[in-house]
Design a protein around this ligand. Structure first.
Ligand SMILES: [Zn+2]
Length: 226
């Protein structure tokens, strides 16, 4: 077997962490349920030699090296909450490599790390950054996650407007149920975490939902996968 090495400094590194399959439903922003949920801190590997941060150090391209060596990258450890630093560093690498989708994902994960540290202001700022990166999304899953991020960041007026925009796209029944649930939370100025299951209609009223027959996209199939 070939020894895995860090893509930036070529020192040996471990294989990427693989989170256990969630057994509990995800949050509305698709943060997975337990037991995957509490493994968040393991999702980003940090190279002890060069300081590179990524889900898989071995997959980093050599072009990440200037980012890892930049002042901005290093100074994150002095300006940001410690628990969020690996995710922010990975987000910065994604940004400089031009991967906005992965950058938004990393920033949302940083927000989850801030949630776990009860750092509400930092969590809201990180969600705001992900919301901005998702501004022009046409994907319904991403649109729904953006709606949740807006609400949880306390961006209520923007969240209401975004809920209107998503509704105008005539999404399917499940998405409409989630948007309706979010609208009620927004009206109540609720910035709390909610499980996706609490937004869905009871199975008795929508049997096809519990059977996953409408699970046509990656979003819904992940949701209902057993
Ligand atoms: Zn390295």
């Amino acid at each position: 077997m070939t020894q895995l090495v860090c893509g930036v400094c070529a020192r040996p590194c471990r294989a990427a962490f693989r989170a256990p399959q969630p057994e509990i439903a995800p949050d509305l922003d698709m943060r997975p349920g337990e037991p995957a949920r509490s493994t968040l801190r393991n999702w980003i590997q940090v190279c002890p030699s060069c300081g590179a941060a990524a889900p898989a150090l071995a997959d980093l391209p050599a072009s990440a090296e200037p980012v890892v060596k930049s002042d901005e990258y290093r100074l994150l450890s002095t300006t940001a909450l410690e628990e969020t630093v690996p995710f922010r560093r990975w987000a910065l690498i994604c940004e400089r490599l031009g991967d906005r989708a992965q950058q938004a994902e990393a920033l949302l994960q940083a927000a989850w790390a801030a949630d776990d540290a009860a750092a509400m202001t930092e969590a809201a700022a990180l969600r705001g950054a992900a919301v901005a990166l998702w501004a022009d999304t046409v994907d319904i899953e991403t649109g729904l996650r953006r709606l949740d991020a807006m609400r949880r960041a306390g961006m209520f007026a923007a969240a209401e407007a975004w809920a209107d925009e998503l509704t105008a796209r005539e999404p399917d029944e499940l998405a409409r149920a989630i948007i309706g649930f979010q609208r009620a939370r927004i009206a109540g100025r609720d910035i709390g975490r909610h499980l996706i299951g609490s937004a869905l209609p009871p199975p008795a009223r929508a049997p096809h939902v519990s059977h996953g027959k409408r699970a046509t996209t990656g979003f819904w199939s992940r949701l209902f996968r057993k």
